[in-house]
Ligand binder design. Structure first.
Ligand code: MLT
Ligand code: MN
Ligand code: ZN
Length: 302
C-alpha cells in the first residue's frame, strides 16, 4: 500500500490567511524554518496509480496535482477512486464539492457523517447538482472493502472506530460515530495505516487499536491545552475543541511514544503549534520520542 500525506495542517492551513501568530510569521518570512502546509488529507493506493482520499480538503485541487499517476489515455481522467470521511468538518469535506467535475463520486462514511453532509452542511446536496454521489455506509468495526470506480476491488479494506469528539458546530443532532478514526489495511501485504486527524482523548482501547497499525497518523492540532487562549485568539481549550494536546503527562505524545507501530506521525497540525518550527525545542522533544511531524508530500509504503 502506498500512502501520501497530501496535507498536514489543520483547518486554515499553514500559514493561515488571517494569522500572524509566531509560526505563521516565520512561515511567511523564512519558509525553510517553518515549511508551509496545506489542509490535512491522505491518499492511499494499493497499486500506486489508483488512489483513495482519506478526507477531501479545501486544498484538494493542488493536492491531487502532486499525486503520482500515469498520464491518462483519454481527455478526462479522475485519479480519485473514492473518498473516505472521518467526520463532516468543513476542512475534511469541502473538497467533495470541489471535485464535482468528476461527474461521479464515491464516498464512504458512517451514517452519522452522511447525515451531516447531506442535511446540515448540504455539501452533498450541492455536489449532486453537478455529479452523481454514491455513499457507501461504513459501520464501526465492520471492515469495508474499497472498490474502484469501475467496481473492481482495490484490495484495501477500511475499518472505522468512534473517537472522543463532539459533532461539527453546524450539526443539528449528535449521533453515534459522527467522528471516527480509520484503519486501512492492504489485503495482499497485510500492511496497515491508522488515520485519526481529530481526537479528544486516548483510552486503552485506542492504544491497542493504534498499536496494531504499522503507521499511525494522529491529531497534532495543538501543543498545549490553552494554546489559543494564551495567544488571545480563542476562548476554548484544545480539549474543549476535541483535540488532545501533544504535550503534557496526559497528552498524545506520552501515549504515542510507547506504541509499537513502525511509524508514528503527527498530522492536522494547527498553525499556532510551535512544533511546526524546524528549530523549536518542542519539535526536538517529539523527534526524541521517536514520533515524526508530518509534512506535505511525506510517503510511506506498507
Ligand atoms: C476542528 O478540527 O476542530 C475543526 O476543523 C474546526 C473547524 O473547522 O473550524
Ligand atoms: Mn479540523
Ligand atoms: Zn497562525
Amino acid at each position: 500500500m502506498h500512502i501520501v500525506l497530501l496535507g498536514t495542517a489543520a483547518g486554515g492551513g499553514f500559514p493561515q490567511w488571517n494569522c500572524w501568530c509566531p509560526p505563521c510569521r516565520v512561515a511567511r518570512a523564512d519558509p525553510s524554518r517553518a515549511v508551509p502546509r496545506s489542509q490535512s488529507s491522505v491518499a492511499v493506493s494499493a497499486d500506486g496509480a489508483r488512489w483513495f482520499l482519506l478526507n477531501a480538503s479545501p486544498d484538494v485541487r493542488e493536492q491531487l496535482g502532486r499525486l503520482p499517476s500515469p498520464t491518462p489515455a483519454g481527455v478526462r481522467h479522475v485519479r480519485v477512486e473514492g473518498i473516505v470521511l472521518t467526520d463532516a468538518e468543513l476542512d475534511h469535506t469541502l473538497g467533495v464539492v470541489l471535485l464535482r467535475e468528476a461527474r461521479r463520486i464515491q464516498l464512504v462514511a458512517t451514517d452519522a457523517v452522511r447525515r451531516v453532509v447531506e442535511d446540515d452542511s448540504r455539501i452533498l446536496a450541492v455536489t449532486r447538482a453537478f455529479a452523481e454521489v454514491a455513499v457507501g455506509e461504513m459501520v464501526p468495526d465492520q471492515p469495508f472493502g474499497l472498490c474502484h470506480r469501475d467496481g473492481t476491488p482495490s484490495g484495501l479494506r477500511v475499518t472505522c472506530f468512534p473517537v472522543p469528539a463532539g459533532p461539527p458546530r453546524f450539526a443539528r443532532e449528535e449521533r453515534f460515530a459522527h467522528t471516527v478514526g480509520l484503519l486501512v489495511r492492504d489485503e495482499r501485504t497485510g500492511g496497515s495505516c491508522a488515520f485519526v486527524p481529530g481526537c479528544g482523548g486516548f483510552d486503552s482501547d485506542l492504544v491497542s487499536r493504534l498499536g496494531a497499525a504499522d503507521l499511525v497518523l494522529f491529531d497534532g492540532t495543538f501543543w498545549t491545552d490553552d494554546e489559543l487562549i494564551g495567544l488571545g485568539i480563542g476562548d476554548r481549550t484544545a480539549r474543549e475543541m476535541d483535540h488532545l494536546p501533544v504535550s503534557g503527562s496526559d497528552g498524545s505524545l506520552a501515549r504515542l511514544r510507547h506504541l509499537p507501530s513502525r511509524d508514528r506521525v503527527y498530522t492536522h497540525i494547527n498553525n499556532t503549534n510551535p512544533m511546526l518550527l524546524e528549530d523549536a525545542p518542542e519539535r526536538a522533544l517529539v523527534e526524541q520520542a521517536g514520533v515524526r511531524i508530518g509534512a506535505d508530500g511525506m510517503r510511506f509504503t506498507l
